[in-house]
Design a protein around this ligand. Structure first.
Ligand code: ARG
Length: 374
């Protein structure tokens, strides 16, 4: 088992969401697009200038505001002695293609968490499930290459590149799904009858929550059962649990189920968990706390996220959490749970793909693999 050395921040090593963070990637907003429609997703924001079928860059003023908050986060982390790297934005407005399809635009390089996951000394590139995000790993490759050169123990892995042909998506999914009553949507989420077929393994890295030996992976609009099976086979030393929540639009686990320290998970009350999952935590003496109500009623314009970005926190060490500065109820709750809180303004980043956890990727945390559910 690889053992991390204190201060050894050139090593790739992170087994969970809470050990002391020493090296992190912080995303960039440059050139992020309202992506062109594709089988997996279409945007329809007529009030904001992007009616269904259109695409284009997010407005410059919004991009500048988001970059300011991202740069500020980078400075705050550096000020705490954490090494911060930044991806290289690509021209996301360009059309992309594989021999089997073409797509009129890419997306961006802000939510690093969606694309990559660090599991111990392994850095794993996810398959992704949107055509507009197929090439997003390229924004991170210069950094990954540099880590690979610097750390002889690093394992660099990439999940099978998906084909993302029409066969990967249920035909006419969105029109049929949007018309369903909420209970039926939830029933389909539970049965795994969502957008993605099981034609090939698909997952976004942000559907994975790392708790040492146990990995909780959400089946979602971006992650199918075959993707979870692939992860289980790929990580034989872990216990990989496929999970669902009562959420009609499941997409990335980190605004629903957020481990904060050994024994404590923050959970979104609007998205109840399966009994089995709660039981699993309870018998192991873990506490599941309902996250405080967000200050905001909704996410900002041009954002595909919900207001629950309030709980999308970045844990700096088991006693310190970085939280969006306007989420005062969430901050109070964390103080009450015994944490020190580092508030940072981050709301302008939401349209670029998420909150503090989404925007970052831990490359190195102190500590090693532990079994928290023995
Ligand atoms: N879909 C989540 C919500 O709106 C947001 C999660 C974003 N996470 C991410 N890694 N991009 O509640």
């Amino acid at each position: 088992m690889p053992v991390a050395h204190q201060g050894d921040s050139m090593k790739v090593n992170a087994w969970n969401e809470w050990d002391p963070l020493t090296h992190v990637i912080v995303g960039r907003a440059d050139g992020t697009m309202v992506q062109a429609p594709e089988p997996a997703v279409f945007r329809d924001w007529p009030e904001e200038g992007f009616p269904r079928g259109t695409h284009g860059p997010l407005p410059e003023a919004m991009t500048a505001a988001a970059n300011e908050q991202l740069d500020h986060l980078a400075r705050v982390l550096e000020g705490r002695g954490i090494r911060v790297d930044r991806p290289r934005p690509l021209d996301f407005s360009q059309p992309v293609a594989t021999p089997e399809w073409s797509q009129k635009s890419m997306f961006g390089a802000m939510p690093v968490r969606d694309v990559l996951v660090t599991i111990g000394n392994e850095l794993l590139e996810a398959t992704m499930s949107f055509r507009s995000r197929w090439f997003e790993y390229l924004a991170h490759r210069p950094l990954i290459e540099s880590y690979f050169r610097a750390d002889p123990d690093m394992r660099w892995e990439a999940a099978p590149k998906p084909r993302l042909t029409e066969a990967s998506y249920r035909e006419g999914f969105w029109d049929a799904y949007d018309a369903l009553p909420p209970e039926e949507k939830i029933a389909r989420v539970r049965r795994g009858e969502l957008l993605l077929t099981e034609a090939e393994p698909l997952f976004d890295a942000a559907d994975i929550a790392r708790l040492g030996k146990d990995l909780f992976v959400q089946r979602s609009l971006a992650t199918n059962a075959a993707g979870i099976r692939w992860l289980r086979q790929h990580l034989p030393d872990h216990r990989v649990h496929g999970v669902t929540f009562e959420n009609a639009h499941p997409m990335h686990i980190d605004a629903t189920w957020v481990p904060l320290r050994p024994g404590l998970v923050l959970h979104c009350a609007e998205r109840p968990a399966e009994e089995e999952l709660l039981h699993h935590l309870k018998v192991n003496a873990w506490q599941v706390v309902q996250a405080a109500t967000p200050q905001r009623q909704a996410a900002p314009p041009l954002s595909a996220c919900s207001r629950w970005l309030s709980m999308n926190v970045l844990v700096l060490d088991p006693g310190t959490v970085c939280v969006e500065a306007g989420e005062t109820a969430q901050i109070e709750q964390l103080y009450a749970l015994g944490f020190d809180v580092v508030p940072v303004p981050f709301w302008d980043v939401a349209p670029f793909g998420g909150g503090l956890h989404c925007a970052t990727l831990d490359i190195h945390r102190e500590g090693m693999l532990q079994d928290y559910f023995p």
